[in-house]
Design a protein around this ligand. Sequence first.
Ligand code: ZN
Ligand code: ZN
Length: 279
Amino acid sequence: MSVSLPERWLEDHPYLRQMADLCGRIDRALADLPLPPVAVPAWEAYREDLEAGIPLLSSAGARVDLEPAGALVAGLVQRLEAEPLPGPIAAGVRALSAELSRTPEVSRRIVPFLLGDDSVDASSPGLLRFLGWSVLARYLRPVVEAFTAWRDEERWQRRYCPTCGSLPAMAQIAGVDPARHRLLSCGCCGTCWRFRRTQCPFCENDSHRLSGIQIDGEAGLRIDFCEACRGYLKTYDGHGQEQLLLADWTSLHLDLLAHRRGLRREATSLYDVDSLLGV
Ligand SMILES: [Zn+2]
Ligand SMILES: [Zn+2]
């Protein structure tokens, strides 16, 4: 029997197993939650905001209803409470669960918190952001797909996500010559969008070229970094394994490598929890 790439990946990177197990439990819990359907916006009402660089979820014209997703986060946290989780995560989940049932106000403000309102006071903000985006990304999937089909990529080309406004988590070199291009990938909502291939998405410098660090045996993954700001972006130069290789947590070892080289992670990460897991 052939071994699937995800399984082989975990065999080669056994320190990722704990995170893989956690992500698997979250996926299964999400599959059990009664996710209400989300209405796809009337795109013409959003066009002007798109031109002005306003992400979809911040657009008054698009009016995507996010409230149902916010309400489901407490449901996910409750389900995870019954799962055998690594100690620090289990403690964080228990604290979050108690907080959400004690303070309904926090539940109502989860979505603004995920979109950048840091006035929400949660005991484990990293864990809440990770679990909250897990729910929101799943809920928003039909909107992200419809948005990608409708959007003219040439008209965005900004350094932040056109859907949720986050900075990218990773990048992908896609297409075939002479039309090879770079996509940036959002670690929060899962949108991929086009960005100039030689420009740094963090300091927007394009006078220095980006440098690449190739890594042997890593299925097309490399580290691109900017010589001006030393920010780096993990980049998948390949096709067909996006789900695995653009998941961010599957290449946390590249972040360690970049860190050792004195590079800075400027990319948005949901994996503050990785320090809890000791990855
Ligand atoms: Zn996004
Ligand atoms: Zn830079």
